[in-house]
Design a protein around this ligand. Structure first.
Ligand SMILES: [Zn+2]
Length: 237
């Protein structure tokens, strides 16, 4: 065993490296997820699918109305032919024919109005599709443009994690096994085993370290624990 503060310092450095490794791992996962998946692009794609489906439906409705209008036009032609051919002579039949012509004309007008309205909707739908396509293209382009930067960041983080892991192994091997065991036990129960003393405060529990303990910390022959939280106190020299 070395000087108590040296021991605590070594353990504190291990703890810092562990934090660094964990952060690198989290950052790396974040970068990989951003390379693999872009929320904006996914949303744009979903929207494009929905807008296009709605547009297709409008187009279908328009062609159905087209057919209905053509049918009404054909029917009117037939009725007119019958009217002028003179084949319907009885006044009762003539009246019925005139009624049917009037009914069909009204139906035709109604269908024409519906068709016109539908054509306007199709026109608006076409614009919506163009807008969402442009939006999707821009979102995809932005994501693509981000890729080299993300790939660079991924490589940097991987390299950094490798270096820290190597340094960590060396540092861990240099620590006395009993000290390491004590550190791990404390880490298991506290999450953070070593607390830095900052402005006279234990950074683990943020409670002020009594001044006589601060004094002892400088001269202690064994590692000292915070009297509030039990963590080892590290006071950088
Ligand atoms: Zn404490």
């Amino acid at each position: 065993m070395g000087e108590p503060m040296d021991i605590v310092q070594s353990l504190y450095e291990l703890q810092e490296m562990e934090g660094d490794l964990q952060k690198s791992k989290n950052d790396l996962a974040e970068v990989i997820s951003r390379l693999d998946h872009n929320e904006g692009v996914v949303r744009s794609r979903d929207r494009a699918v929905r807008v296009k489906a709605a547009f297709t439906k409008l187009q279908l409705q328009q062609s159905e109305l087209d057919v209905d209008v053509q049918e009404a036009v054909g029917r009117l032609k037939d009725l007119d032919k019958r009217l002028y051919s003179g084949s319907t002579a009885a006044p009762k039949d003539l009246l019925a024919l005139q009624h049917e012509i009037k009914f069909t004309q009204e139906k035709h007008e109604g269908l024409e109005a519906k068709l016109l309205e539908k054509m306007e909707q199709v026109e608006a739908g076409k614009k919506a599709v163009a807008t969402i396509d442009a939006d999707l293209a821009a979102t995809e382009l932005a994501w693509e443009a981000e890729q080299p930067k993300l790939q660079q960041e991924q490589a940097r983080l991987e390299q950094h994690a490798k270096e820290v892991a190597r340094a960590y192994q060396a540092a861990e091997a240099a620590v006395d096994a009993a000290d390491l065991k004590m550190y791990r036990t404390l880490q298991k129960s506290k999450g953070m085993a070593i607390a830095k003393v900052e402005r006279g405060m234990c950074s683990g529990c943020t409670i002020a370290v009594p001044s006589h303990e601060l004094q002892q910390l400088r001269t202690a022959t064994t590692p000292m624990r915070c009297s509030s939280c039990g963590r080892f106190l590290f006071s950088p020299r």
